[in-house]
Ligand binder design. Structure first.
Ligand code: FE
Ligand code: MN
Length: 354
């Protein structure tokens, strides 16, 4: 039997042979420890990310959209500006779903650790909230839902990014995949790097820059606020993913070979080019002080930062043309950033049993 199947039912150390210790836990291929027993905790970072995710709870319907509706219907926006917004809605509307599906179908069963699974359950819900956001925006603005939700098939620059991701999910779901072999662990790491580092860590950030540029000019601020909430969640997803990737590397040092590292660097560089193509497709003429050159350096700059976090050499040495983005990311980490919050989840509603 596959250890990931075993791990949902078996608990060898917690029966006749006594209880397990935190040190017996492993991130993948753990056959010694029952995944139903969260404590004793070993990976405190996973629990911290879980608590931080919960502290950031939000719902898209809390954000007022009336100003956006007014501006969208007026002639405040040029055709180029509308194109940027539509392209980003189209990309995110399905990208959030791809991330959620990969999490639940490909990642969850192979992470054989209770505290990491606790975080993955939280993240899966956040991805559902993000998908909900795009439905809410499409409904609020009365956009063509077919156009938005089909862009991942119909717009080549979006389809190319998503194809790279969907292949990674298919690889884990194929009958040939076996997590217990060194090649299996490499394939699993490739999936984690493809989703956490490339999708959530690189592909999402160009969209954040574009949409938040409108927010900075006080245009489409409802969508801007939604993206700030999403950015805050995504920065935790990215940090969890990096901790998970580095943790698996540390526990399986034999799989982190020179060839494997070179393959990852090549993939990240391919992703950078796909992202630059996407930015050019969104902004064929350049608007809002955003142009091709600035996006190339931004994507390269972000890719270098991501590579560093998993111990790989930087490739570009490009500077950040949007220093305000780091401020936005930092601001998003502060607890009381969202002053407009209308719901206190701690209080909840009164339970009624009738
Ligand atoms: Fe998301
Ligand atoms: Mn995410």
């Amino acid at each position: 039997m596959n250890p990931s199947e075993l791990s949902t039912v078996n608990h060898p150390l917690s029966t006749a042979e006594g209880r397990f210790a935190a040190k017996d836990k492993r991130l993948v291929n753990c056959e010694e420890v029952d995944v139903n027993q969260l404590m004793p905790l070993k990976y405190h970072w996973a629990w911290e990310h879980y608590l931080n995710g919960c502290a950031n709870h939000w719902m898209p319907t809390e954000v007022a959209m009336h100003k956006d509706i007014e501006q969208w219907r007026s002639n405040v926006l040029t055709d180029d500006e509308r194109r940027v917004i539509m392209r980003n809605l189209g990309f995110f509307a399905t990208a959030e779903s791809l991330v959620g599906n990969n999490l639940v179908l490909a990642i969850f069963r192979h992470v054989t650790n209770a505290e990491c699974r606790q975080y993955l359950l939280r993240q899966a819900f956040e991805e559902a909230v993000h998908s909900h956001t795009f439905l809410y925006i499409v409904e609020s603005l009365g956009l063509d839902e077919g156009e938005v939700f089909n862009m991942y098939h119909e717009v080549p620059a979006i389809a190319a990014k998503d194809r790279l991701e969907m292949e990674l999910t298919a690889e884990i779901l194929s009958g040939d995949f076996d997590a217990r072999t060194p090649e299996g662990v490499q394939t699993f790491l490739k999936n984690l790097i493809g989703y956490y580092l490339i999708m959530e860590g690189i592909f999402f950030y160009t969209g954040f820059v574009m949409v938040l540029s409108f927010h900075r000019r006080n245009i489409m601020t409802g969508i801007g606020e939604q993206f700030q909430y999403i950015l805050r969640d995504e920065s935790i997803h990215l940090n969890f993913g990096i901790d998970l990737i580095n943790g698996i590397k540390a526990e399986n040092p034999d799989v982190w070979t020179a060839d494997f590292q070179a393959m990852i660097i090549t993939r990240v560089k391919e992703a950078v080019e796909l992202e630059i193509d996407y930015a050019n497709d969104c902004l064929p003429n350049g608007i809002l002080g955003l142009n091709r050159e600035s996006f190339r350096s931004y994507v390269e700059h972000i890719a270098d930062r991501r590579l560093e976090r998993i111990g790989l050499p930087t490739q570009y040495g490009s500077t950040n043309p949007f220093p305000w983005m780091s401020e936005t990311v930092d601001l998003a980490k502060e607890k009381n950033f969202f002053e407009t919050r209308v719901t206190e989840y701690q209080s909840g509603t009164t339970l009624s049993w009738d």
